[in-house]
Design a protein. Structure first.
Length: 282
């Protein structure tokens, strides 16, 4: 579909449509036209998408497609796309970004279904722009794991990456994620962006410890984009890692010493932790 096309007609295929992340006014003109002209809309939650369609005064068949969709569900959608224009939306933002749709798009490409993307609002990019953290390079890593051990392992893996890190998080899990960031990515600038584009939009920055203190006193609500700034730039001559670890072990546990050494050197925290244990046992 281009700006010269008849908005009443769409060719058969899959149309990936971004929807607002909060403020319904953020729907694009092109997205509204596609939703009005398609034959059916595949969506996560028919109630959420129904609210958007009522706002746009659009009536279209809604087909449920969520994380629990089966291979048979995808096959039915692909069959429909052979003769009909089917739009794919998520509850908010760009489909496939920590939302259903990856398998559907991959299989559609595999069988030659025409695919069109209608871009729009995206929570990770909105949070990044609002945070003031470095935006020339960034890595979106979805949701952090629920379990503490797995969460720490993911943060250790990302520690040497010299970019701003972006995660999705829920309000009930925010404190534990901030605690893990404080331990595994110490001394980084952190931003909590929540309720983006909504009435109570907020972006608060500081260290993980400062943010924990704030949100313990003011329990957060709403959907959250959690951002962590890149590690500090290295300066001066090469660092003697063993000497640094020995100095840090004088006042830190091995895990904390390894985390601090990783921040200062950019080296892998797990490797430094193993070396710290060796040095401590001497």
């Amino acid at each position: 579909m281009s700006d010269a096309d008849d908005p009443q007609t769409l060719s058969p295929g899959l149309y990936i449509v971004a929807t607002p992340i909060g403020n319904l006014g953020d729907i694009t003109v092109r997205a509204a036209r596609v939703l009005a002209a398609c034959d059916a809309i595949a969506c996560e939650d028919t109630r959420v998408t129904g609210k958007l369609l009522r706002h746009l005064q659009i009536a279209r068949p809604l087909w449920r497609y969520d994380d629990h969709a089966s291979a048979e569900d995808r096959a039915r959608l692909l069959d429909a796309m052979a003769t009909r224009a089917v739009a794919l939306v998520s509850d908010a933002g760009m489909p496939l970004v920590s939302d259903p749709g990856y398998r559907l798009v991959r299989e559609a490409r595999g069988v030659g279904v025409p695919i069109t993307v209608i871009p729009g609002a995206s929570a990770p990019v909105t949070g990044l722009a609002l945070s003031g953290l470095p935006s020339d390079r960034f890595l979106f890593a979805g949701f952090l794991p629920v379990k503490d051990k797995a969460r720490g392992e993911v943060l250790d893996e990302l520690a040497p990456v010299r970019t701003t890190l972006i995660f999705f998080e829920t309000a009930p899990r925010l404190e534990r994620s901030l605690l893990a960031i404080g331990e595994h990515l110490p001394d980084r600038e952190v931003a909590v962006a929540r309720e983006l584009t909504k009435l109570h939009e907020e972006c608060r920055t500081g260290t993980a410890e400062e943010l924990i203190e704030h949100y313990r006193a003011h329990p957060p609500r709403g959907e959250i984009v959690l951002l962590v700034g890149p590690p500090a730039e290295q300066t001066g001559q090469a660092i003697d890692v063993d000497a640094l670890l020995i100095e840090l072990l004088a006042s830190h546990k091995p895990s904390h010493a390894a985390g601090e050494a990783a921040r200062m050197t950019g080296q892998d925290r797990r490797t430094l932790y193993a070396r710290a244990l060796e040095l401590q046992s001497r």
